[in-house]
Design a protein around this ligand. Structure first.
Ligand code: TXA
Ligand code: MG
Length: 339
């Protein structure tokens, strides 16, 4: 397939949104930016388009997709029950990086929910994806625009690497502002449960709701077991080489790594603070630990860069496990799981 590749700018926006919308209306796939990561979008009501999304990503069909909507008022078409607290969160956080899992209506087919009777929905906050949603007047499924198992794409180049020739169109909208995927929250239970941590944190949700938010047991286990066995369950978001976590504060990190003889195909990925006093020549600076927004923008790009320059072994730090740090650590832990 010959993929149309375009850069979105003020002079061509109308034309791009029209082309993208008509491709999606006709059952095709378009990669567009969202505020979190790039998404590979297709019409949620078209089974063939959805099958093609799974195929283009090489994604197992039991892993459900998120429906993206233009407006929160459309949710009742797809969600059969909306609790008071879910409504509060929609009002407060949408458009934005919060995905909520609801009981589904019959309009939502099981080919996109992995056979579940629930559905994940979000209203994204990015001009390009919102423009396509508005123009096409369709619900759009959009998983992250990467080959299954690889780090999510946060730049146009990442998308082209994984999906050129597999989709009708790729829109370049610059570097993703957030850089990691949305928070996924189960709102089908009395108390909301975080299934995937993201930019909108447990604390953010609790502040708005005034009730406790739970963290799913598998996430709790991951955090608790982290010091002993970094992500033993399965691998995700991963670079091709081996990624090892080095725990401790900056000086412990530096001591550990300065005492190992590191070969040329080894790289240390860390914050500016942790990299000061590191003797090894191959380092990748994620930004300052005082600015987690910058760190999160760079994590997936760092992993992809390691593949590009053929790094076989990487060492990486973890961040303070609170607030947005929880989501960043989650992605690092998943990427470090043993093959
Ligand atoms: O930020 C994002 O959410 C990006 C952008 C493109 O919007 N999308 C994204 O989609 O990350 P994807 O498909 O890569 O991740 C969707 C996550 C998966 O972890 C999936 O298992 C979970 O949401 N999910 C989807 N439907 C679900 C459901 N009914 N119940 C539980 N989890 C669900
Ligand atoms: Mg994904």
């Amino acid at each position: 397939m010959n993929t149309i590749k375009v850069e979105y700018n003020t002079s061509n926006k109308k034309e791009i949104l029209e082309t993208a919308s008509s491709i999606i209306s006709n059952g095709g796939l378009v990669v567009f930016p969202t505020e979190t990561v790039y998404g590979i979008g297709g019409n949620a009501l078209n089974g063939e388009a959805i099958a093609n999304i799974y195929k283009a990503k090489g994604r197992p069909s039991d892993n459900p997709l998120i429906i993206h909507l233009y407006d929160k008022n459309q949710v009742t078409e797809y969600a059969s029950e909306i609790s008071d607290y879910a409504q509060k969160l929609m009002d407060y956080f949408w458009p934005g990086p919060l995905t909520m899992v609801f009981k589904k209506t019959d309009k939502v087919k099981r080919y996109l929910t992995g056979g579940l009777d629930t559905v994940a929905i979000r209203v994204p906050a990015n001009e390009i994806v919102l423009g396509i949603l508005e123009h096409s007047k369709l619900p759009i499924c959009a998983p992250s625009a990467n080959t299954s198992g690889r780090p999510s794409s946060t730049t146009f180049d990442h998308v082209v690497e994984d999906l050129d020739g597999k989709v009708e169109m790729i829109i370049n909208g610059g570097k993703s502002v957030i850089g990691i995927e949305s928070t996924v929250l189960d709102v089908t239970t009395e108390q909301p449960v975080i299934l995937r941590p993201g930019k909108i944190t447990k604390e953010d949700l609790e502040t708005v709701l005034g009730i406790k938010v739970r963290v799913t047991d598998s996430l709790k286990k991951e955090i608790k077991d982290a010091p002993k066995a970094p992500g033993m369950k399965y691998k995700h978001y991963a670079p091709k080489g081996e990624l090892e976590i080095v725990r401790g504060n900056a000086s412990e990190f530096q001591n550990t790594l300065n005492n190992i003889n590191l070969s040329d195909d080894t790289c240390i990925i860390a914050s500016t603070e942790y990299l000061s006093n590191i003797n090894h020549k191959n380092v990748y600076n994620l930004g300052s630990i005082t600015n987690l927004d910058e760190i999160s923008q760079n994590v997936f790009a760092a992993f992809r860069y390691m593949d590009e320059v053929n790094i076989k072994k990487m060492y990486i730090q973890l961040f303070d496990n609170k607030g947005f740090g929880v989501a960043i650590n989650n992605r690092i832990l998943k990427a470090s799981s043993k093959k």
